[in-house]
Ligand binder design. Structure first.
Ligand SMILES: [Fe+2]
Length: 394
């Protein structure tokens, strides 16, 4: 799959990032041990030179995993040497790039998980990446009813959007600015597998009236009839998870759906997807807690059962599944990409993609922010992507 990279490529590429943007820039006379790595492990930075084709990364059998790890150890020790013999003024220059490199690596750690899942899913033996915490018994909990879907009303407001103040943020989260957010309602929780099955059983994938034109083309070309990793066996839905093949649990948030599917579901349900500004406003006072990669579930957790007090508050805003918004991934007012190669990090992708918010079960808790803008093309579904509905006032 052209979006998926081998595990060792991620290891070597995140290493290349430090070698290219720290060592080659700040160590005088630095010489790469293996100059060809610059070509193999550059992802998309045109200003840093030519690169190997992404869709062919899986064909590269050398360097081995061991060699990629030696490469990492070597670059780490060079960076250590540099940092331990550094004067203050140079440290001020290097520190933001080191911090960016660490956040970059966290992004690739998420991709490691989703890419491993995609590769394992191709294997008819359904390999188990991690034995589930219940020891392999089905995670399905028949009889457990998810809480009914409620909506919370938000008044019209002029809201501060984007990152401000201290701490790291990507450039695409700024400049912080004011935005008018008209009144809207937001669902208290993500859409579940059970709710999504109702859409499938109502022939959602066969009814063009719910779909964007590009989405309808994609459904037909790709012959989609369910989320990625789902298969039907003896009349029941199963899905491939990082804990192997399991019956679809109706109470888990639906995941591995594209923007097209999220949008079609919302139309079918008489609702819509939220804008990223609505989402950010709603998340303003929401605690930064959730099912992140640190729980090592590597799968969305079931939505809470019928707890009346939970019906009137937002749940699972962070972690579990990235939530598709209907906002195109565009620059905020006043945004300018930085000059040079690092300016290629985010800005040049602001076309033909949609913003996702909140992080997933594969995201690090230490990586996410309320202002975090993830982005993918509308047909992508190998990330842990899900659906939260919004509505206009009655
Ligand atoms: Fe990267």
């Amino acid at each position: 799959m052209p979006d998926v990279s081998p595990t060792k490529w991620h290891l070597a590429h995140t290493t290349w990032f430090f070698e290219t943007f720290i060592l080659k820039k700040f160590v005088s006379g630095y010489r790469a041990e293996i100059p060809e790595y610059a070509y193999l492990f550059n992802s998309y930075y045109n200003a840093a030179g030519d690169m190997h084709r992404r869709d062919l990364r899986g064909l590269i059998s050398r360097p081995t995993v061991g060699e990629a790890q030696r490469y990492r150890a070597s670059i780490d020790s060079h960076v250590d040497d540099l940092l331990s013999n550094l004067d203050e003024s140079l440290l001020d220059e290097i520190e933001p790039i080191i911090v960016l490199g660490i956040h970059h690596e966290q992004q690739h750690q998420e991709l490691l998980i989703t890419d491993i899942k995609h590769v394992l899913a191709q294997n008819p033996l359904h390999p188990v990446f991690r034995v589930p915490q219940d020891g392999g018994r089905s995670s399905a909990t028949p009889g457990l009813q998810s809480s009914p879907l409620h909506f919370i009303d938000f008044e019209e407001a002029v809201t501060e959007i984007g990152h401000g103040g201290d701490g790291f943020a990507y450039d695409n989260e700024g400049p912080r600015h004011r935005a008018l957010v008209p009144a809207f309602s937001l669902a208290t929780r993500p859409i579940t597998n059970g709710e999504y099955i109702a859409f499938i059983e109502d022939n959602g994938y066969q009814r063009p009236e719910f779909w964007l034109s590009l989405g309808w083309m994609t459904v037909n070309e790709q012959r989609w009839n369910a989320p990625l990793y789902w298969t039907k066996r003896d009349g029941a839905w199963w899905n491939f998870t990082l804990s192997g093949l399991r019956p679809v649990d109706h109470s888990e948030p639906v995941t591995h759906v594209s923007y097209f599917e999220a949008d079609a579901y919302a139309n079918w349900a008489g609702a819509r997807l939220p804008t990223e500004f609505e989402w950010e406003r709603a998340a303003l006072n929401y605690p930064m807690e959730g099912n992140f990669v640190e729980t090592e579930l590597f799968h969305p957790a079931a939505v809470s059962a019928q707890i009346p007090e939970k019906n009137r508050q937002l749940t699972q805003m962070f972690g579990d599944v990235w939530e598709w918004t209907r906002s195109a991934y565009s620059p905020y007012p006043g945004y300018r990409a930085a000059p040079g190669a690092l300016g290629e990090y985010n800005g040049k992708f602001m076309c033909n993609q949609y913003v996702l918010r909140g992080g997933s079960c594969a995201t690090s808790r230490r990586h996410i922010r309320r202002t975090y803008r993830n982005f993918f093309q509308p047909e992508k579904r190998w990330q842990f992507t899900g659906i939260r509905l919004a509505r206009d006032p009655e």
